[in-house]
Design a protein around this ligand. Structure first.
Ligand SMILES: Nc1ncnc2c1ncn2[C@@H]1O[C@H](COP(=O)(O)OP(=O)(O)O)[C@@H](O)[C@H]1O
Ligand SMILES: [Mg+2]
Length: 395
């Protein structure tokens, strides 16, 4: 009897000891679990990308943002649509059991979205983890780099071509006036010849017709050559490198005044030019000649855009203390431009003019960015345009 009771006591004692050990183990596991949970939450919160865990019915289960979206649907909250989006990467990951990367625009912001399947032990998809990264800035930078790359390879190509065309064009330009001059001497001789040979022809034309046209033809050639020269000149400044560029101290008002000397006489017949130059502008570091070129290019465009009898052009300079830069804006009440044109105008060779080269604004934007500045444009079809350049003040 006694022995049995002793055995029971021992057994209870052992059970108690086991229970206590299990209890301690459980507390430790709970403690570990809590630690892991808070570590998991801290890691999740520290991730700047948006991380969302979905169950396989596409309900949000976890999100590392201070919003309670548990059991909400992604398409309702993020896209504001009642049904699943057509190309939903979460759904595709569930169906195809694989990771997927897509780029999407959500509320005017570009996102790179990566989804990965969460599998259970049987190899079935239990849910999906989605990581979204805002990439609008990267995209903009990528486009800028692409543009810069395009410009630099184009620059290389163009400088070679300019050189090749420049030489023969220079002979033509130089020689045609000589030929014109020569004809003045030759014509009396040919006139005399005609008197003796009334059927006299030159280049299968009756001599009198030839005589009438040859001077016009030569004048056309001279005009053509000088147009080629102009285009080559623009191309040259387009490809010119920025060496030693930012060395002078430049007053933006001097740029306007010197630039005006170049354009005023031609423009005053077609446009009324108003200037509003802020006195005592802080100086900028740069190259005055190149900035005058910017001014002249913008002025020519403003002037060419004016389609009325006499339109207004306003030139304004001012200091912007907020951005610590000096600004030059040139506004016209010309034809303006639509969204399509506005998106292209800085691309080399984009032109809407019959005689345009499409290089003026590429040169403007190149020179302005060499000065670490910025070119902005506002425009409305039929109302006019304003081009503003902002250049950082010399520090
Ligand atoms: N002030 C302006 N008003 C309206 N359109 C403009 C203006 N400036 C530029 N543009 C548009 O931008 C195009 C490109 O200009 P630009 O690069 O200077 O080349 P180009 O003057 O030889 O055409 C023009 O053909 C025109 O369509
Ligand atoms: Mg132009």
């Amino acid at each position: 009897m006694e022995a049995t009771s002793q055995t029971k006591m021992d057994y209870i004692g052992t059970l108690e000891a086991q229970l206590e050990k299990s209890w301690k183990d459980l507390s430790r596991v709970e403690e570990d679990l809590n630690k892991s949970r808070s570590m998991f939450q801290a890691i999740l919160q520290a991730i700047s990308d948006i991380v969302i865990v979905f169950d396989k019915d596409l309900n949000i289960k976890i999100i590392n943002r201070q919003v309670n979206l548990r059991d909400k649907k992604c398409h309702e909250f993020f896209f504001g649509v009642p049904g699943i989006c057509e190309d939903c990467p979460v759904l595709r990951t569930i169906q195809e059991k694989r990771s997927i990367t897509v780029e999407k625009v959500i509320r005017n912001e570009y996102y790179r979205i990566q989804t990965h399947p969460l599998m259970n032990l049987h190899g079935e998809v239990e849910g999906v983890i989605e990581v979204s990264r805002p990439i609008t800035r990267d995209k903009a930078r990528e486009q800028q780099l692409f543009h810069a790359d395009k410009l630099s390879s184009l620059g290389l190509l163009v400088s070679g071509i300019v050189h090749e065309i420049n030489n023969p064009n220079a002979y033509i330009c130089g020689n045609i006036p000589l030929i014109k001059e020569a004809f003045k001497t030759i014509f009396p001789i040919l006139d005399e010849h005609l008197r003796q040979n009334p059927d006299f022809q030159v280049a299968r034309l009756d001599y009198s017709l030839f005589k009438e046209n040859v001077t016009l033809m030569l004048d056309d050639m001279i005009q053509g050559c000088s147009r080629i020269q102009n285009i080559l000149g623009s191309l040259k400044s387009f490809t010119r490198r920025a060496e030693g560029l930012l060395s002078e101290r430049v007053d933006l008002n001097d740029v306007v005044n010197e630039g005006m000397r170049l354009v005023y006489n031609t423009m005053k017949r077609m446009a009324v030019i108003h200037t509003d130059l802020q006195e005592g502008l802080p100086g900028i570091k740069g190259n005055k000649d190149r900035l005058i070129q910017v001014f002249v290019n913008l002025m020519i465009n403003a002037w060419q855009a004016i389609d009325k009898e006499k339109g207004n052009i306003w030139i304004k300079t001012q200091f912007d203390p907020k951005e610590n830069c000096v600004c030059l804006s040139i506004s016209d009440e010309g034809c303006g431009m639509g969204e399509f044109a506005k998106a292209q105008i800085f691309n080399p060779f984009f032109t809407t003019k019959k005689e345009g080269t499409g290089l003026g604004l590429s040169i403007v934007s190149k020179i302005v960015s060499e000065h670490n500045g910025r070119t902005d444009v506002e425009s409305e079809v039929g109302k006019g345009s304003t081009f503003t350049i902002r250049l950082p003040v010399e520090s």
